[in-house]
Ligand binder design. Structure first.
Ligand SMILES: Nc1ncnc2c1ncn2[C@@H]1O[C@H](COP(=O)(O)OP(=O)(O)OP(=O)(O)O)[C@@H](O)[C@H]1O
Length: 905
């Protein structure tokens, strides 16, 4: 609000007699929710006033008008109709707003009873924020919408951090410990819609960058909400337990994060209780650590431009349910490091690949399974409608069918366990929902007629009475036509008059004269029609209304009973909902494996890496779609060679467009897929578990953060060289290309040496600096590979085949020809290239290897301490000089002496 505008916390304004009672109510509610746009319910609209109206009208492109005056000034106003409010809400939330939804808490007639000036009671029933959405239309069915909270406990050894995340639309709730360094990777993996942090953490400079880079809306909250003692109390009461011990070994930071999250859910849901399950802590290091840049570059769940199409998820997704789509996205985002769990998943996929018929029937039954988890959450929050009940009904039926298909014995553990969860639902609930509901109920309760005929005799009676009376009314039209002799007489209904008789104006005199006037009472005259009512109609109307009210009340009562029954079965329903998603993922992975000829990878401890005939799952499908020829499969060996204790580093040279980047990415993706529990696009794959994946591929400016292309590249390379360990997999594409050739070559050279000597991890390094291939001569674990090309009539043909060896050139000029560079530029470029190559041959940059001291010498030098100050004669002499006491001649003498000393040391 602007300064001149009244504020509710300004007592003078509220006491001002000119303020209308409604405006007083509005200002009070607005003051309690200052950081939200207030959706103020007025009949069939939500209205926004003052600055809220201005902001919303701008954001939504709706008309800004004026509604009355406040203290002599116009009140800016805009409104959104109730029935389309969800669409507007979605756009406002996407635009970064938070919305407080303020409802009428009583019928306006109740307010009128208190006096003509009384205002309908209203209050905020819910805050809508990006992380707390539950409506179907506000959510993407194929993705979770997580609300996350970052807990911090300060300790002697630094901050202890924990990330809690929950999806209130499905009930999932998880926890993990993170270090400050791991935070960006953890946030990129969870990709929360909203992140809660304490005010103190929000303001602390150490976390500023991580919070700014997390692509999420960050909500700072009072630090008291993160206090671990209060947080524990909150968790105990939310989950109605006496101790948190049953949830696992929770740290204070875990409790702080989880407690703050629950407090925020309470605050935004205004007491509504989503069916959150107890938080599940994830052991640290349970999933492959993938930093945000690597995740983005590998396009796991979305492409660099933010689309699903073209991502790994898109290429692999054969799920048929929303829960399955969400689960697959989570699995691809978080490949595992635990061999037992990976094997368990692979066993299940393997079984389903073989059991073709079972897979087909499971997928058929899954197709009928609705989004059980989200409907259940809406019902628990009292935001559900009859259609959500039907969803639960259909979900329960589908779970039963799936359990029957799986009841064959001899299944791998993961499938047995899914089958047990699906089969555990009570027949009673299944029976109740099946008999109570009509086949296709309406979305909203107020539409009625969602309970099936024959379920409750009183309801049938009330409906019969209502419908019979409606028929009697319909029959009255003919009786009245006979009685009045007016053939055009009609019996009609509207909300103001109820049922009435309507005749054209020419019959007015007759209707108003005896004997008809005794029966037909005049109600309303329009230009051409005259309307009357009768006692008989009024009586029928009352009967219809009370029968309809009774029917509605009975339907609502049954609705509540069914909701209660669903809540009672809650835990088992949630478990079955999760099982549905997991089963769908396993079937989907088996389906794609069969469809695209994927094999089961041999995943093992250790650092093996041996891919035979590997393919890039996305490029392969893209080539097929474009009919651009087959994808050429390639081998990749990065495991230790005989007698070595660390992985190999493959330096890949080759022509532009030869397929280097594709090869790099495909091997990273194959490792990730294997560890996510999927079969992989290869003829054979043996992979020692990767604990961290690093990549430096693609180039993107980050001008918003003041980083040039080269700076981004160096920041990412620095992270890799500083962090990669013996079980990491590192993918580097064209390091050093963003600067002058010699600088770039030198950095790339030193980076390879560092990877080889210090990081000692399995690495792939693609480059156009052919000089780097000389390193294979001195570094025992460096190997060279190249992509084959053929020259044919002066043109270059890419064979996309990776072979051992080195490329002699990049064919850049030929590729430029393919791209359509003008002929004059091409021929000049060729000329320059020949000259440059000639000069290089003479100077022989490749001779560097034998001339340069070994990298190990540098490491040793770096490790050697600098000479101590006390041994340094130059420094000692300088310390003794007293410039203020010296004559110019002394000063000159001292300068000569210092120079001599410097030359001696
Ligand atoms: N193994 C393969 N089989 C078939 N086609 C391939 C293969 N690998 C790559 N390609 C095709 O070649 C194109 C170029 O591949 P890629 O981008 O990997 O080349 P590059 O060597 O990294 O090129 P540059 O050095 O110019 O960046 C791909 O878009 C794809 O269409």
């Amino acid at each position: 609000m602007t300064l001149e505008e009244p504020r509710a916390d300004d007592a003078d304004v509220l006491d001002d007699p000119r303020v209308t009672p409604m405006m007083r109510q509005y200002l009070e509610i607005k003051a309690a929710n200052p950081d939200c746009l207030l959706f103020y319910r007025m009949g069939d609209f939500y209205e926004l006033f003052f600055e809220d109206a201005e902001a919303a009208s701008r954001a939504l492109g709706i008309t800004l008008t004026v509604r009355g005056k406040h203290l002599g000034r116009d009140i800016p106003m805009c409104g959104v109709p109730l029935h389309t409010a969800d669409d507007y809400l979605q756009r406002l939330i996407a635009g970064g707003f938070r919305v407080a939804v303020c409802e009428q808490l009583e019928d306006p007639s109740e307010a009128r009873k208190r006096g003509s000036k009384s205002v309908v009671q209203r209050d905020v029933v819910r805050l809508v924020t990006p992380g707390t959405l539950t409506e179907e239309r506000l959510l993407d069915s194929s993705r979770n919408n997580f609300l996350a909270a970052l807990g911090r406990v300060k300790g002697a050894g630094g901050d202890e951090l924990a990330l809690a995340w929950a999806d209130i639309s499905t009930g999932e709730f998880r926890l993990m410990a993170v270090t400050a360094g791991e935070l960006p990777a953890a946030l990129a993996r969870v990709a929360p819609g909203e992140l809660l942090v304490s005010d103190a953490l929000y303001d602390s400079p150490e976390y500023r960058q991580a919070l700014r880079e997390a692509k999420t809306s960050v909500t700072p909250l009072p630090s008291a909400m993160f206090d671990s003692t209060a947080a524990e109390r909150r968790l105990l009461s939310f989950f109605a337990v006496a101790s948190l011990d049953g949830f696992g070994d929770l740290s204070r930071a875990d409790v702080a994060a989880a407690g703050a999250l629950v407090a925020y859910v309470d605050r935004t849901q205004k007491g509504g209780r989503p069916p959150l399950r107890p938080p599940r802590p994830e052991p640290s290091g349970a999933v492959v650590s993938i930093d945000p840049a690597t995740r983005a570059n590998l396009e796991l769940t979305q492409t660099l431009s933010g689309e699903r199409k073209g991502s790994l998820l898109w290429a692999l997704d054969r799920t048929v349910t929303s829960a399955g789509a969400r689960e697959l996205a989570k699995r691809l985002s978080a490949p595992l490091t635990d061999l037992k769990e990976i094997t368990r998943r692979l066993d299940a996929v393997g079984h389903l690949v073989e059991a073709r018929e079972m897979r087909a029937s499971l997928r058929e039954a899954l197709k009928a399974a609705p989004d059980l988890a989200r409907s259940r959450a809406r019902l628990a929050l009292m935001r559900g409608g009859p259609r959500d009940l039907a969803c639960v009904r259909d979900g329960v039926v589908a779970a039963g069918e799936l359990a029957t298909i799986l009841a064959v014995g001899g299944l791998p553990a993961a499938l047995e366990e899914i089958s047990a969860r699906l089969g555990a639902l009570s027949d009673e609930l299944r029976g109740a929902l099946a008999t109570a509901l009509v086949e296709r109920p309406p979305l909203n309760r107020r539409d009625g007629n969602f309970i099936a005929d024959g379920y409750r005799p009183e309801l049938d009676e009330a409906r019969a009475l209502r419908d019979e009376s409606r028929q009697v009314v319909a029959g009255l039209q003919a009786t009245y036509q006979d009685r009045t002799g007016v053939r055009s007489l009609k019996v009609k209904h509207n909300n103001v008059l109820g049922y009435f008789v309507e005749v054209t104006a020419q019959h007015e005199a007759k209707m108003r004269a005896e004997p008809l006037s005794g029966e037909f009472f005049h109600r309303q005259s329009l230009a051409n029609q005259i309307r009357f009512s009768t006692n008989e109609l009024a009586d029928l109307e009352g009967r219809i209304a009370s029968a309809a009210d009774r029917a509605m009340a009975l339907e609502n009562e049954i609705f509540d009973t069914l909701c209660h029954a669903i809540a009672e079965e809650g835990e088992r329903l949630d478990a079955a909902g999760e099982a549905l998603g997991e089963l769908d993922v396993l079937c989907s992975l088996a389906e794609i494996a069969a469809e695209r000829d994927f094999v089961r990878p041999e995943v093992q401890d250790g650092i093996a890496f041996d891919i035979e005939g590997g393919r890039h799952p996305v490029v392969e499908q893209a080539l097929e779609a474009e009919r651009s020829g087959p994808f050429v499969a390639n081998d990749c060996v990065l495991g230790p060679a005989d007698g070595q204790d660390a992985g190999r580093l493959l330096v890949i040279t080759g022509p532009n467009m030869g397929g280097k980047s594709t090869f790099l990415r495909q091997n990273a993706l194959i490792a990730l897929l294997a560890q996510a529990g999927s079969f992989v696009p290869a003829r054979r794959a043996r992979i020692g578990i990767v604990d961290r994946l690093f990549s430096r591929v693609g180039a993107a400016d980050d001008l918003a953060r003041g980083r040039s292309t080269f700076m981004v590249e160096m920041v990412e390379t620095a992270a890799i060289l500083n962090q990669a360990g013996p079980r990491s997999l590192v993918i580097l594409d064209e390091i050093g290309r963003g600067t002058a050739t010699f600088d770039g070559l030198s950095i790339a050279w030193a980076a390879i040496e560092h990877l080889h000597e210090v990081n000692r991890c399995r690495s792939l390094f693609a480059t156009h600096f052919h000089e780097l291939t000389a390193l294979a001569e001195t570094l025992p674990r460096v190997f060279n590979a190249t992509l084959r090309v053929k020259e044919w009539q002066g043109d270059v043909v890419f064979l996309h085949e990776v072979v051992s060896g080195t490329a002699d050139r990049s064919y850049g000029v030929q590729v430029a020809r393919l791209a359509g560079l003008p002929e004059a530029v091409l021929s000049r470029a060729k000329e320059v290239l020949e000259r440059l190559e000639d000069t290089e041959r003479k100077s022989g940059a490749a001779g560097l290897v034998s001339d340069l001291p070994l990298f190990a010498v540098h490491l040793a030098r770096e490790a050697k301490p600098a000479p101590a100050a006390k041994d340094d004669a130059l420094r000692l002499r300088m310390r003794d000089l007293a410039p203020d006491d010296m004559t110019p001649r002394d000063a000159l003498a001292a300068l000569y002496e210092l120079k001599r000393l410097a030359e001696e040391t």
